[in-house]
Design a protein around this ligand. Structure first.
Ligand code: PMV
Length: 286
């Protein structure tokens, strides 16, 4: 029997703009998905196309038990975390000997297949390796980890990443003169924010700016605006949509002492709050 876990992720900066080759910064966060795999002649497991694909690609059969701290379809990378943890547990239980890079690569291909060709390699990379990652085009670079204090606010409004990416695509085609400067500005502020990575106050201001630009791209939602405003009013340095928008989650960067106040404010607005920080382990054996 082998149990592995893998973390979720948030976008600190640059979602949507990364689709157009601009830089973005993603970070693994502490809530995890735990997966236990056991060799078995009569496998029992949760019905999931991700897990079916994991076994098919690794060429074995077994039973699976999943315990997840991550809500699915919220933009926190839960499908990537399930896939990565399952592949690692199969790899370990059956002694297959795949490397971490190979696991990230297989996981990305599984996400792509299950999601009909639309998947971002960011989720699987961040979940496998942990830490903070700068994404530019096809390249990914791990950044020195920062002890950022974060509260995630889930609007509980389900969203579709594919739909939101398509919506931004339509805007960009219809009004390139309007949309392109917004995407450029998101890229520019992502790079500027990296220079302030040790200054949470400034980082918070960049988050606020990023949120305004995401709203300008049309991926805002009344529920996320409510949570962003509540987080700022209760002491966050800054707050923004994280991920595709149109519902989903927000993140607030907070002074350590304000985390529970910010979480309370989010819950008072009918959001679900998660107090968290960076995960630097990535996929790990339990
Ligand atoms: O909602 P999420 O966490 O899957 O994030 C999507 C991020 C986008 O930039 C909108 C799309 C992508 O593939 O990077």
């Amino acid at each position: 029997m082998a149990t592995w876990s893998a973390p979720g992720k948030v976008f600190l900066f640059g979602e949507h703009a990364v689709v157009y080759g601009k830089p973005g910064v993603a970070m693994a966060i502490k809530p995890r998905v735990y997966v236990t795999v056991r060799k078995s002649r009569n496998p029992t497991r949760a019905k999931s196309p991700y897990i079916d694909e994991c076994f098919r690609r690794m060429g074995v059969r077994g039973s699976v038990y999943i315990h997840s701290q991550l809500q699915s379809s919220s933009g926190l990378g839960s499908s990537a975390a399930v896939t990565v943890a399952t592949l690692c547990a199969i790899n370990d239980e059956f002694g297959i000997g795949r490397s971490r890079d190979e696991i990230a690569d297989i996981a990305f291909n599984i996400e792509k297949k299950v999601q009909n060709g639309r998947a971002s390699p960011t989720d699987t990379y961040v979940s496998t390796n942990g830490g903070m990652v700068l994404i530019t085009g096809n390249s990914k670079r791990r950044l020195p980890p920062q002890g950022l204090q974060v509260v995630v606010g889930n609007t509980l409004v389900p969203h579709s990443t594919a739909k939101m990416v398509e919506q931004v695509g339509s805007l960009q085609k219809k009004h390139p003169d309007v949309a392109n400067p917004i995407l450029d500005a998101i890229g520019a502020l992502t790079l500027a924010a990296l220079h302030s990575i040790n200054n949470p106050k400034e980082l918070g201001q960049y988050m606020d700016m990023n949120n305004a630009l995401l709203e300008a791209l049309g991926v805002g939602h009344p529920a996320s605006s409510k949570l962003v405003l509540a987080a700022r009013a209760s002491g966050a340095y800054g707050a923004k949509i994280t991920g595709a928008g149109g519902g989903g989650c927000i993140i607030a960067l907070c002074p350590r002492r304000s985390k529970s106040r910010v979480a309370g404010a989010i819950e008072a607005c009918e959001g679900k709050a998660i107090i968290t920080t960076i995960d630097t382990d990535g996929a790990r054996k339990e």
